[in-house]
Design a protein around this ligand. Sequence first.
Ligand code: NAP
Ligand code: HSE
Length: 429
Amino acid sequence: VTAVRIGLLGCGTVGQAVVRALSDGGAPITRASGHRVEIGPILVRDPDRRRPGVDPSLLTTDVGRILDDPEVAIVVEVMGGIDPALGHLRTALGRGKAVVTANKQLLARHGAELLEQAERSGTELRFEASVCAAIPVIKVLRESLLVAEIEALTGIVNGTTNFVLSEMGRGGLSYADALARAQSLGYAEADPTEDVSGADAAAKLAILASIAFHTRVRLDDVTFEGIERIDRDDMTQAQELGYAVKLLAVARLVDGAVALRVHPALVPQDHRLAAIGGADNAVLVQSRGAGQIMLVGPGAGGTETASAVVADVLSVLGTHRGSFLHNALADAGRPVQPPGESRTPFYVRMHVADRPGVLATVAGVFAEEGLSIESVVQRGQGAGARLVLVLHEGLESCMTAALERLRELPEVSGEPVVLRVLDVAGEGR
Ligand code: NAP
Ligand code: HSE
């Protein structure tokens, strides 16, 4: 196992989360890559600022401690802005250091030059975190859909504005309060005008379109408009007309040319993009080869963005031969839960005899097996009488036991139909 030193430029919302993710993920990164990651030095403006989980002795205001250190093999740029970030990245790449950046404005303006410099220096520049935070959209466009012949990209690519519009649309926070909340949650840019004006989404669209259409697209090529003039009235009117309001980034091939725009748009409420709420992002990719693919997930936030930064760091380190094969990484040794211990709500339909007391008997069986009933409906009469029950979350083993007893009851005919109800509240667990 060899040590690889990673220098950070910036240690704010994203930088601190990167430090945590690289520290917490140290063991699997080493197992996959064969390298042990060493974090630091870390460039900041104010070394006295409190940064939980970050060793203060790693902080510096002298970028030379990172760029002049031959041991720093990878530079993670999470400081934002053009100047001085551009100069630092030119120097880092010029010295053969690999660079991982989350800086979309820098890439949309100077990406071509930086990529050429990386190539000349025999190193690499990676930027998954610059677009749609945790969603691995660059990897999918670059690798999975390389030859898919992409025809169009339609996306919600700014978390802050989607959060603001979602809040206004559901009658929650006002524009100003929602924006302030997005800032406090770490979604917004240092200058949130970049978000609300559409400039952030335009930079991301330039990056996505460059990869999707194998064509250099720069920020200046993207026409953009923001959400500043939208008020609650527009949201209500749009809803009454059957639409949601979304800030869309659209790139499509029109007669062989790449057409690009970012603007707020009315999206039919039954369209997949209308359901993307909060700070989530989504990119709908239309291609000849693969049809429609939609990538959805968290589009902003420190931890979410750090996930993409770490993925790029791992790509730079490379995975050693066999690390993803033969279950080499399946060594956490966690127990597997027996099927009977899974918990879900249930829907049960059964044919029953149409006579008094049947419901009480059936309800009694469920109660004795530890399952509680949320609702019961009786449908049909006589031979066609059916009970439809919805039960609160319970153990699979309890349902198995209840079914065994129900099958024995003379009042129940045929095999009950049991469906599990998707536990939406448990999706994040
Ligand atoms: P942030 O919280 O403002 O952090 C910026 C960091 O860079 C701070 O630690 C700051 O130092 C340091 N810094 C800035 N200018 C500097 C300078 N001239 N010299 C030395 N240090 C400097 O920003 P962030 O939200 O983490 O975003 C960082 C980058 O990630 C931006 O390019 C942004 O577009 C991108 N990004 C952010 C998100 C997100 O959800 N936040 C998502 C994807 C991509 P101090 O702490 O001392 O001020
Ligand atoms: N400010 C950006 C957003 C961060 O809200 O989408 C993620 O790039």
